[in-house]
Design a protein around this ligand. Structure first.
Ligand SMILES: *[C@@H]1O[C@H](CO)[C@@H](O)[C@H](O)[C@H]1NC(C)=O
Length: 412
């Protein structure tokens, strides 16, 4: 069985989203006029996150071999549906993408629908965000973009032009497929697909925009510096996975168009100049070197890829693991088998050992498979970095009901 999950989930969504649209912007977006961004809004956070998260404390002690035998899963604890126990609404939502920032653990979702318990419609948004308050129960979250009074608003602010067409067939959607790009203890960024609907049943990705997240005075501030950061013809660097290593941000792009989702390409930038694309370098696998010229993305360019999978990728997350003494990519394949796999590398640019280790199979619902797999290490005193991770994915119980689930995974 070969399913293109991305197409599949989007077309299902596109159909059901139409009726829901007019309530889209019931929330109060704070569209900033600041010269450094094209759109901005902020959300109040719970007074403190879980104190055990500290995304600052990564060490890179590589040297010696990867501890491959430690990829054996000792136990995985399903935490069930990602849900705010204090929210009165039944919320269906797509594609939880994981975003650890400092002491907080956020999930950003794509298409989100809120209903009353009797099934009547409350509101919908192209995307939404929740924050976890407990590392030991990551599915127990606080809603921050859907309020208990029924205000449903997007997590990623629209530009004025995008906002204008939200009530028409001719509208925009912002959807993310990969985790956040780690920046520091109070900042992160995430690549969002800018999707344009030309009518109620047809949409295409026209480019990618980067949303910046910053924790300021007890709020999450979401800003976009540019309407579009990449066009849809370039590789979507950072949209598949990313790493921060010794002040350098590594941004991975999956070639979804020409490689059948097998090839991953890599760009890097100093953290301090991430937003200046003239400072970016592009990895060239054919010479194992970096160049200032991006590879031609108009055709398959496998020799320049940093990684070609043994199976096609759909979604995943990369992180450094002290426990495995390796950079680890935890992912779902494009085979719709609901299984988490892992591969490892000894440096951000490889070489990658593409022999996949099956971690475990997640329990799936009536629709036959889970999708949108993500992972992030749990940072906890007494636990070696990478020994314990939280994974998340979209679970579907019928054609029209999807929601996020999480599990804590501990390696042997
Ligand atoms: C929607 O737009 C697409 C692309 O422009 C077009 O091929 C299709 O016929 C349109 N469908 C309807 C129902 O208008």
């Amino acid at each position: 069985m070969y399913l293109d999950l991305r197409q599949l989930s989007i077309s299902a969504l596109a159909l059901s989203f139409v009726a829901a649209l007019p309530l889209e912007e019931r929330g109060q977006g704070l569209f900033g006029g600041s010269s450094s961004c094209v759109a901005q809004k902020s959300f109040s956070l719970p007074t403190r996150g879980h104190s055990s998260y500290d995304t600052h404390s990564f060490h890179y002690n590589l040297g010696g071999d990867c501890n491959h035998d430690r990829l054996k899963v000792k136990q995985h604890d399903p935490h069930g549906r990602i849900c705010d126990p204090s929210s009165p609404w039944d919320i269906h939502r797509d594609l939880p993408t994981v975003c650890p920032i400092g002491h907080y653990f956020f999930w950003f979702f794509s298409d989100t629908f809120a209903y009353k318990s009797d099934g009547s419609f409350v509101g919908a948004a192209s995307n939404s965000v929740v924050v976890s308050r407990n590392a030991n129960d990551p599915s127990s979250v606080q809603e921050i973009s859907i309020e208990n009074d029924g205000t449903v608003s997007v997590a990623i602010p629209w530009t004025d032009a995008e906002k204008k067409v939200q009530y028409e067939d001719d509208r925009y959607a912002l959807w993310a497929f990969g985790p956040c790009i780690p920046i520091d203890g109070t900042h992160s960024s995430q690549v969002w697909s800018v999707v344009k609907f030309t009518n109620s049943s047809y949409s295409e990705t026209i480019g990618y925009t980067i949303a910046d997240y910053s924790i300021e005075d007890g709020s999450l501030v979401v800003s976009r510096r540019e309407v579009m950061t990449f066009s849809s013809t370039s590789y979507a660097y950072g949209a598949f996975a990313s790493l921060l290593v010794n002040g350098v941000v590594y941004m991975y792009a999956l070639d979804t168009k020409h490689s059948g989702k097998y090839d991953v390409h890599l760009a890097s930038a100093p953290r301090a100049t991430l937003y200046d694309q003239s400072t970016w370098s592009y990895y060239d696998g054919s010479t194992d070197s970096w160049t200032s010229t991006p590879p031609d993305s108009s055709q398959r360019n496998q020799d320049k890829a940093v990684l070609t999978g043994a199976m096609p990728f759909s979604t995943g997350s990369m992180f450094y693991s002290d426990y495995h003494n390796a950079y680890v990519l935890v992912y779902f394949t494009n085979w719709a088998d609901s299984k988490f796999y892992a591969i490892t590398a000894s440096s951000p640019s490889g070489p990658w050992d593409t022999t996949a280790t099956l971690l475990f199979e997640t329990e799936y619902g009536e629709n036959g498979y889970n999708y949108g797999g993500q992972a992030a290490p749990v940072i906890e005193s007494g636990v070696t970095l990478g020994q314990k991770i939280v994974v998340s994915y979209t679970y579907q119980d019928s054609n029209s009901n999807w929601y996020g689930k999480t599990e804590t995974v501990e390696f042997e």
